[in-house]
Design a protein around this ligand. Structure first.
Ligand code: 5RP
Length: 232
């Protein structure tokens, strides 16, 4: 359950990132999730103040929120690049490597991140971990056809894949796919794991975002906001 305090922390990180990074005239990628939500709202305020922004959404839910905030949404195919994307994360390690996708938008989020000059992550300090996989499961999006076989192949990567449900039905992503949340005891080499997962037939995308984030704006319970930058 998200407490009022956690909500305030998410808002603090999201608003600082938008205030610091979003400039008039930019093309902006809008992330998905409860922290990105506050970034979208702040972008909406900038639009009301007169900023001319073109925004690309990473999910249908984000597109709906953005439109409610008066934000002009354009399709990714209609832009040649994105200046900055502001998105959340489920885990952030000290090298700015991430697990994303608890909100189910990992595929579009990764495509948008890859099209972005800057990928800025917004989160509260509860998302910081020493090693990826220590708190969160790794979401893997798979096509429906033969998904039990795909799950079997995922299990051979030394994890416990659990089909994500929405009520009594499997959760279906915006792309019409299923998600397996894969619980690892430990992710020793995320780069190796990413390639191993990506070679499994039926896998569409995984939630490891490696060398994708350029910065992370993190809010802390003591009221401070810090920033991590990617070391090249
Ligand atoms: C959605 C995501 C989200 O960014 C991630 O799950 C973090 O969400 P929240 O800010 O609600 O904790 O990857 O696919």
């Amino acid at each position: 359950m998200i407490t009022a305090d956690q909500q305030a922390l998410k808002k603090m990180a999201a608003e600082k990132a938008v205030n610091d990074y979003v400039k008039d005239g930019m093309t902006v990628g809008l992330g998905t999730g409860s922290t990105a939500y506050f970034a979208i709202r702040r972008v909406g305020e900038l639009v009301k103040q007169g900023f001319k922004l073109r925004c690309v959404a990473t999910s249908e839910a984000t597109e709906e929120t953005a439109r409610e905030c008066g934000i002009n949404i354009v399709q990714l195919n209609d832009v040649d690049h994105i200046d900055i994307t502001i998105d959340g994360a489920d885990e952030i390690d000290p090298n700015l490597q991430l697990i994303k996708g608890l909100g189910g938008a990992l595929l579009r989020e990764k495509i948008v991140a890859a099209a972005s000059v800057l990928e800025v992550i917004v989160a509260d300090e509860s998302k910081l971990v020493q090693h990826l996989g220590s708190k969160a499961s790794l979401p893997v999006e798979v096509i429906m056809y033969g998904h039990l076989r795909t799950a079997y192949a995922l299990k051979r990567q030394d994890c416990e894949p659990v089909l994500r449900m929405k009520g009594s039905e499997p959760f279906v992503s915006d792309n019409g796919n299923l998600i397996y949340d894969c619980r690892f005891k430990e992710i020793r080499n995320p780069f190796f794991l990413e390639s191993a997962i990506d070679t499994i037939p039926g896998v569409v995308e995984n939630g490891l975002f490696l060398n994708r984030a350029t910065a992370a704006v993190i809010s802390h319970r003591d009221g401070t906001v810090t920033e991590m930058q990617r070391r090249e």
